[in-house]
Design a protein around this ligand. Structure first.
Ligand code: M6P
Ligand code: ZN
Length: 187
């Protein structure tokens, strides 16, 4: 056994997603992910899109990494605010998402081009199997708050998503959110 951890507890504020103590906070603004939105370069501002607050442990396959994510409400063009999205570097590593507040979608895709869209909201527990890239999208008017836990050595591969995109995107339609084919997807 490499490192013996001591048990610890973190308080999670369900509405805001805030963790106490806050150990590892990452903020993503539009400027960190402009090319991931269809109309990202046409948007003059640099809004805060989301925050990820992590509970760090040694990133080994014996540990479970976890974090809360808070995505602000809003759109870039018609496309809802979303996370960058990633595959796990270790492709077979799985993840669990638990929704707390707001209304969202979990967009998943395999490298073979299959896709799935699952709901995220208070009480949703979603399983992300190995091999499925994942991105979350806030389709509501309030912040979307969820918790995620994954195998510690999973790693984040952002390049595959930057280069190929997801097969579908989620946009604001006349009667609410619509899942439409991504015109820039490269199979
Ligand atoms: C969830 C988890 C994290 C991830 C975060 C934001 O909390 O899947 O591992 O970092 O969402 O997503 P991304 O890394 O794609 O920006
Ligand atoms: Zn993941």
């Amino acid at each position: 056994m490499s490192e013996q951890l001591i048990p610890f507890t973190t308080m999670l504020e369900l509405d805001s997603g805030r963790l106490a103590p806050e150990r590892e906070l990452v903020e993503r603004r539009l400027s960190d992910m402009r090319d991931l939105f269809l109309d990202g370069s046409a948007e003059p501002g640099d809004p805060l899109i989301y925050r990820v607050s992590g509970i760090p442990v040694p990133p080994t396959n014996a540990n479970i990494l976890s974090s809360t994510t808070v995505i602000e409400p809003g759109t870039i063009g018609r496309e809802y605010f979303m996370t960058k999205g990633h595959f796990h570097e270790a492709r077979d590593r799985a993840e669990v998402y638990v929704g707390f507040a707001g209304e969202g979608r979990l967009v998943l895709a395999t490298e073979e081009g299959r896709h799935a869209v699952e709901p995220i909201g208070p009480g949703t527990v979603s399983y992300v199997p190995g091999g499925w890239g994942h991105r979350s999208v806030n389709v509501g008017e309030e912040p979307l708050v969820f918790f995620a836990a994954y195998v510690g050595d999973a790693g984040h591969d952002y390049t595959t998503v930057e280069e190929r995109g997801f097969p579908v995107i989620v946009v604001r339609g006349d009667e609410g959110p619509e899942v439409v084919p991504n015109p820039r997807y490269r199979p």
